[in-house]
Design a protein around this ligand. Structure first.
Ligand SMILES: Cc1cc2nc3c(=O)[nH]c(=O)nc-3n(C[C@H](O)[C@H](O)[C@H](O)COP(=O)(O)O)c2cc1C
Length: 385
């Protein structure tokens, strides 16, 4: 069996070219990212609501910057100092800068940023003493988006170290606003990749990573053969013992069929992008019937006070409260489950070790098949920055 070549980051090589995609809120927990790093992949945390999550875990108050640093430290400790990234959504405007700087304080290896164009990322990162050690990686869904980013970043003399190309089958938010457009064959991941390869070549970016619908060892080999340096996967890692999703969420992922998965748009995410959900999510059901009154008491998305779900429930629903509930940190609200298109193929929960071995085409040891559920959000002893 041919082994996959390592993924080269700015300051280190990632032995297995698999990036476990950032999954907010708290789904790509330090337990998940750490486990992926231990297996030689790039484990990616999500900066979303880390102030709440890390405060709860450590039993003392953390602000956004300290929380991002602490989450990286905790994941690195579990991950035997393997490669750890931080996913920072552009839409999380209030804490964007603190999340970038805090992750860098904590020793992060890569910052991966999408859900909008991360125009200001190099400017913020270059103000940090570790700027030369950290890979800056935007997520795009077209060559045009990469072109716009490169033009802007080049003013800071810093180009992307790699680029993630996310297609319409991904979990969470996808770049399109209209379902027909998203599902148009012109937007198939393979076509988006060809488009991005051209722009990447022009700007001398040698690392293009495929995301959205990557499921198996064969899929990974296909994208490496196409010229990608790695893949980013979310849904398969969501259904591991180590992910931060609560047990009901994981159960729903295992049981769902293709018909149970929907691109929410009316009402949709306050970010204005399509958001893939399990129709059965209690929070989404409530939103469809407009039973949940408009309310935003978290203030993470967009500018504080301006999240549309604070004022209306016709066009949008609050995603922060539903997602926090799905990691058992918001008992007063119902649960919201976001998944990728391939969730219908997931038929059991497995450990990260088993999944990483399967994805590399390696034999799976018998004892890996029934490990314990991990409590991702339980308290851990404080290892302060
Ligand atoms: C449950 C879930 C939550 C996600 N949350 C985020 C997020 O907060 N930020 C982000 O940039 N991408 C997010 N994604 C996208 C993943 O990082 C990844 O790119 C994508 O899931 C790849 O597609 P796949 O699920 O088919 O493997 C999420 C995906 C899932 C499944």
């Amino acid at each position: 069996m041919k082994t996959f070549p390592a993924l080269k980051l700015r300051n280190r090589d990632v032995q297995v070219p698999i990036i476990q995609g950032g999954m907010g809120i708290g789904l790509s927990s330090y337990t998940l990212a750490g486990a992926v790093a231990r297996e030689g992949g790039l484990g990616v945390l999500s900066s979303a609501a880390l102030d709440r999550i890390v405060t709860q875990r450590h039993g003392k108050k953390f602000k956004a910057r300290e929380a991002a640093a602490q989450d990286v430290i905790d994941a690195k400790q579990i991950g035997n100092n393997g490669a750890i990234g931080m996913n920072i959504m552009v839409a999380l405007i209030n804490q964007y800068e603190d999340s970038v700087l805090g992750s860098m304080d904590g020793g992060v290896d890569a910052i991966i940023s999408g859900a909008g164009l991360p125009m200001a990322l190099p400017e913020i990162a270059l103000s940090h003493p570790r700027a030369n050690e950290v890979s800056l990686i935007p997520i795009v869904s077209s060559g045009r988006a990469l072109e716009v980013i490169c033009k802007r970043w080049s003013r800071q003399n810093r180009l992307p170290d790699a680029v993630v190309v996310e297609g319409p089958l991904a979990g969470g938010h996808i770049a399109w606003r209209d379902v027909n457009e998203a599902m148009d064959p012109v937007n198939h991941l393979d076509n988006l990749l060809r488009d991005v390869f051209e722009v990447a070549k022009k700007w001398n970016i040698n690392s293009v990573i495929a995301a959205g619908g990557v499921y198996s060892h064969e899929d990974i080999q296909k994208y490496l053969d196409m010229g990608c340096t790695g893949v980013q996967m979310g849904t398969r890692f969501l259904a591991t013992y180590e992910s931060g999703a609560n047990e009901e969420y994981k159960k729903q992922v295992v049981e769902c069929t293709e018909d149970d998965i929907e691109l929410a748009s009316k009402p949709g995410s306050p970010c204005g992008m399509l958001f893939r959900v399990l129709k059965s999510s209690p929070f989404y059901q409530e939103a469809l019937k407009r039973e949940r009154a408009p309310k935003c008491d978290k203030g993470y998305l967009l500018n504080k006070g301006n999240c549309p779900s604070k004022y209306e429930n016709e066009k949008t629903f609050c995603i922060c409260n539903g997602l926090l509930s799905s990691i058992d940190l918001n008992p007063k609200e119902k649960e919201l489950y976001t998944v990728g298109h391939t969730a219908s193929r997931v038929n059991r929960i497995m450990s990260v070790r088993e999944l990483m071995r399967e994805l590399q085409g390696l034999p799976v040891e018998a004892e890996l098949v029934h490990p314990q559920q991990v409590r991702a959000h339980q308290a851990v002893p404080s290892l302060t920055v």
